[in-house]
Design a protein around this ligand. Sequence first.
Ligand SMILES: NC(=O)c1ccc[n+]([C@@H]2O[C@H](COP(=O)([O-])OP(=O)(O)OC[C@H]3O[C@@H](n4cnc5c(N)ncnc54)[C@H](O)[C@@H]3O)[C@@H](O)[C@H]2O)c1
Length: 273
Amino acid sequence: MQYQEKAGLIKTKKEDESMYLQDIFGLDGKVAVVTGGGRGIGQVIACGLAKAGAEVVVISRSGAEETVRMIEKDGGKSYDLRADVTDEPQVEQALASILERSGTIDILFNNAGICMHQSTMEATVEEFRQVVDTNLTGEFIMARAVGRIMIERGIKGSIINMASMSGTIVNIPQWQCSYNASKAGVIHLTKSLAVEWAQYGIRVNSLSPGYIATPMSVDLSPQELIDAWIPLMPLGRMGKPEELIPPVLYLASDASGYTTGSDLIVDGAYSCQ
Ligand SMILES: NC(=O)c1ccc[n+]([C@@H]2O[C@H](COP(=O)([O-])OP(=O)(O)OC[C@H]3O[C@@H](n4cnc5c(N)ncnc54)[C@H](O)[C@@H]3O)[C@@H](O)[C@H]2O)c1
């Protein structure tokens, strides 16, 4: 291993242990914050993070008692707090309560988001602002507040910003320019924070799913729209929220120690076409 020493790399004791690959995805002793975790992807990921060993704090606008119950039923540790991610004082207050109760924040799954389907000519500037304010500014407010805590306390944490394949491609046949623009912003916000905070050992990545069956994508869409999407998907089906747990565990855990500033696309090859 002389070449590693020549490159200034020091092998850790953990890398010598035989359990390395099993341990490296684990989150025992970590505190994870999930926004928008009262339903949909956030709820499923909150449960996945708890199963991997993290204590999970679910932040939502209207309470996430169901998510907390699901985690506790499986023997995990969780509690929920109310905050609107676009409201900085509410976010600061929620994070202060987490520090008081849990002592630290190691992982942020910055997931809360909204989508509006309307053509560019139909959308009002107010509606455009609402989507960008929630998806981009909301993630900025959360990431910055958590990043500040990590920097001040020397926590080498992981921040996972929820983007979307819509940050890279333009969905059809529905029009949603505000959503697409907001998610493209999340991808570049992520890269910017990753470079800025690398000096503190904080990793920042984005996750870009394709169509995942949740209240946002399915309940709010007419059947004809869902029927129009399926033939456009190389795998011939939507993704399940559970299929995002392993990618999130990768980004949240030590397994992704050298991964920062990445946009992990999990879209069944939709964006390859
Ligand atoms: N479902 C998909 O196909 C898909 C694909 C790619 C990306 N995403 C992204 O994943 C994330 C979760 O989506 P989902 O499908 O689970 O949607 P969802 O509507 O089921 O859940 C979104 C959650 O975010 C919360 N939320 C919205 N605005 C908030 C705010 N201002 N403050 C706090 N919480 C707020 C909602 O209350 C809800 O609980 C979103 O960012 C979405 O853009 C979803």
